[in-house]
Each structure stands twice: as structure tokens, then as C-alpha cells.
Design a protein. Structure first.
Length: 256
């Protein structure tokens, strides 16, 4: 418990320091702009001898959040890997033999019944077909099983939860540094942000605010939610409606 408090304190201190740096840069840029608008005695807008080219630009919010995560527990396990859908299913929890396929089917069925509507899973699709689709994203599959394990027997949950949590956290760390991301990344982020991953007394926690903030930043680089023509018209098909559903729920998770 003491270690968790210390880590939280370091994270907050880092974030405050970075925000202070951004505020200082913004103040300096404002001062430069004022100097530009103030005529000098010789008629120039900028006073001679003041070099504006040396002022650093403020980093993007995603960069600030990424830097803060170095103190929050997220670690980029392998920057060369990606979280793009994989047709070969070579990197998921089944292929790695972390969990048996029949157990994954049972967990995915529990997830679909209890949480599927929040991430726009088709409630009428057989679980076996849903598994084929979800396996395209190892992160989404792992996240769904991690949340669903809470609805199983305590001994099974105690055994599987640490395995699923470790795998999910590893895949999430990789995905955070990869853009743009498919809709499955946003579904997984929503799952992990909306529902606690704590199983019993085992503290398997993920910072929901930080994760949902990352996902919202990633959405800027994605055309799934904010394409120019989609903003001003009614969704034309179920796929577009599903995307908007995920987007709305992700915003809700961040606000919550």
C-alpha cells in the first residue's frame, strides 16, 4: 500500500511539474506576441536583440500524458510491436497458451451478456463467431476476459486474473505508442476505463482517467469518430452507429 501511495505521489508531482512548464512556455509566448505588436522606436514590431526563434513550442497533450505514464506503471514492452488486427491470431492469450480456448469462450460469453452493449457487440451473434472477430485484437480479447473473470468462481478468478492483467497491461503499453488505432483499441480502452479490474483483494488497478485520456487523444488521429462528413449527418449504417456508441461511452467513462 505504501508503495502505491508513493507511486501516485510521484505521478502527481510529475504531472504538476509538466503543467507548470507548459504554463511558463505559454506565458513566454504571450510576452513575445505582445513585443511583436509593440512598435519599436525604429518602426519594427519586435524589439531588436530579442530572439524569438529560441522559444520551444509547448508539447502536445499526448506527449505530456505519455511522459507522465513513465511514473504510473505503464511500460512500453516492445515499441516495434503493434496492436493492429492480426488475422493469424498469433499474439493473443489463446495462441500464447495462457488460457484454454474453452475458458476464453466462457469468459467472452459472460462479457457479452453483462457488458457487450457498451462496446456495441452484437447480442445475437454466437459466442464462437464473436471470438473469431474479437481475436483480431489481442488487447480487446484480453481486456474482455479480464473484466468477465469477476463473474466466475473465486478460485478461478484468483488464478486467471493476474495472468490476464499482466497480458492486458503489456498489450496496452504497446498500443499507447502506436497511431492510428482501430476501433478495437477504443473498445478495449472503454472496457478497462469503465469497470474496475480488481479481483477480490488483489489490487490489479489501471488508472482509468489516464487511459481514457490517452484514448481520447488517439481519437484525434483516427478517422473513426470525427471524419468531416460524419459530424454533420445521421449515421448511414450500423457500423457508423456502433462507432458513435463507443465514442459516447468513452467520453462518459472519462467524465466519470
Amino acid at each position: 500500500m505504501q508503495n502505491r501511495f508513493e507511486r501516485l505521489e510521484r505521478t502527481v508531482n510529475t504531472l504538476v511539474r509538466r503543467l507548470d512548464e507548459l504554463e511558463n512556455v505559454a506565458s513566454l509566448q504571450k510576452y513575445v506576441q505582445q513585443r511583436r505588436n509593440t512598435p519599436s522606436p525604429d518602426g519594427n514590431s519586435v524589439q531588436p536583440g530579442f530572439e524569438t526563434d529560441t522559444i520551444d513550442q509547448a508539447p502536445a497533450p499526448l506527449v505530456v500524458l505519455r511522459d507522465v505514464t513513465t511514473q504510473s506503471g505503464f511500460r512500453p514492452a516492445d515499441r516495434t510491436a503493434t496492436n493492429t488486427p492480426s488475422r493469424g491470431f498469433s499474439d493473443d492469450i489463446i495462441s500464447k497458451r495462457l488460457i484454454l480456448e474453452q475458458d476464453v469462450l466462457a469468459l467472452l460469453s459472460l462479457f457479452k451478456d453483462n457488458y457487450g452493449r457498451w462496446v456495441s457487440f452484437n447480442p445475437s451473434i454466437p459466442t464462437s463467431l464473436l471470438l473469431e472477430d474479437v481475436r483480431k485484437s489481442p488487447l480487446l480479447l484480453s481486456a474482455c476476459c479480464l473484466i468477465a473473470v469477476r463473474h466466475t468462481q473465486q478460485d478461478l478468478a484468483t488464478r486467471l486474473a493476474p495472468i490476464l492483467f499482466k497480458e492486458t497491461k503489456s498489450l496496452l503499453s504497446i498500443a499507447m505508442l502506436t497511431v492510428p488505432q482501430p476501433v478495437e483499441f477504443f473498445q478495449a480502452s472503454l472496457v478497462l476505463s469503465m469497470w474496475s479490474t480488481t479481483i477480490g483483494q488483489v489490487p490489479l488497478t489501471i488508472d482509468s482517467w489516464l487511459l481514457s485520456g490517452f484514448a481520447l487523444q488517439h481519437s484525434i488521429a483516427s478517422g473513426l469518430f470525427h471524419s468531416a462528413d460524419r459530424v454533420h449527418r445521421t449515421p448511414q449504417n450500423k457500423a457508423e452507429l456502433d462507432y458513435l456508441c463507443v465514442w459516447n461511452h468513452l467520453c462518459l467513462a472519462h467524465l466519470q
